[in-house]
Design a protein around this ligand. Structure first.
Ligand code: C5P
Length: 227
């Protein structure tokens, strides 16, 4: 069976990663969470005080971009890959609300996008990949055989994200999570370089009222038509 490229894009907290990960496992494909890459660069910027705490020195971040090494390292026990920033496992730290607050600002920077898109294209050279993000079907793999665009109401998405953060032990308020989801969507879809858009040939997938099992079955049956 020949392998294809599957691009999954959509708004924040639509559950893209969970579904994409499951689909990749089922098909024996590689899974890449591109949001983790933008989050890791944001963490680097925050640690160096290039952003956060009222500061913004993003030109200094751009200067240091060549020194930032990102890698996905498979964790056999967990069954998925974890994000390493300059050889440090940052998988947990990149998922915090603090990083979510600043990531869309960092993702607007043209040089950041250029660096990450190049890496992502390389990862997909052999096909057999499920990649999720905001610009996968439009910029990274415009020729992907299957493109899915996920949507859900802001409330449904904020509720999911809120539960996820509470489960991880973060002390957050629902209203702050909702505000963050809406703000990121706005910045992501209005930025100058590769804004979040549904590719013309993407299949729209609204999962506001669907449980995980139903979402997965539907996505798998869509994928089966393309493989
Ligand atoms: O997918 P996740 O919510 O973890 O992504 C975090 C942020 O990274 C997004 O809100 C967006 O600003 C940025 N991003 C992006 N392009 C991608 C993936 C993520 O701009 N391909």
């Amino acid at each position: 069976m020949s392998k294809i490229t599957i691009a999954i894009d959509g708004f924040s907290s639509t559950g893209k990663s969970t579904l994409a990960k499951q689909l990749a496992k089922e098909l024996g494909y590689v899974y890449v969470d591109t949001g983790a890459m933008y989050r890791a660069i944001t963490l680097f910027a925050m640690r160096n005080s290039f952003i956060g705490n009222g500061e913004e020195r993003l030109e200094d971040l751009v200067k240091l971009l060549p020194k930032i090494n990102l890698r996905f390292v498979p964790n056999a026990e967990l069954g998925f890959s974890e994000m390493y920033l300059n050889d440090e496992n940052v998988e947990k730290e990149i998922r915090t609300m603090q990083v979510s607050k600043f990531v869309s600002r960092v993702a607007e920077i043209e040089q950041v996008r250029y660096k990450l898109v190049e890496m992502q294209k390389n990862m997909g050279k052999e096909k057999g990949i499920v990649m999720d993000g905001r610009d996968i079907g439009t910029v990274v793999f415009p020729d992907a055989e299957l493109k899915v665009f996920m949507t859900a109401s802001p409330q449904a998405r904020a509720t999911r994200r809120y539960k996820e953060l509470l489960d991880r032990g973060e002390d957050v308020l629902y209203k702050d999570v909702l505000e963050n989801v809406e703000k990121r969507d706005f910045i992501d879809s209005h930025r100058e370089f590769s804004p979040l858009r549904k590719a013309k040939d993407a299949i729209e997938f609204d999962n506001s009222d669907m449980g995980l099992k139903e979402q997965f079955e539907r996505l798998l049956s869509i994928a089966d038509r393309f493989i």
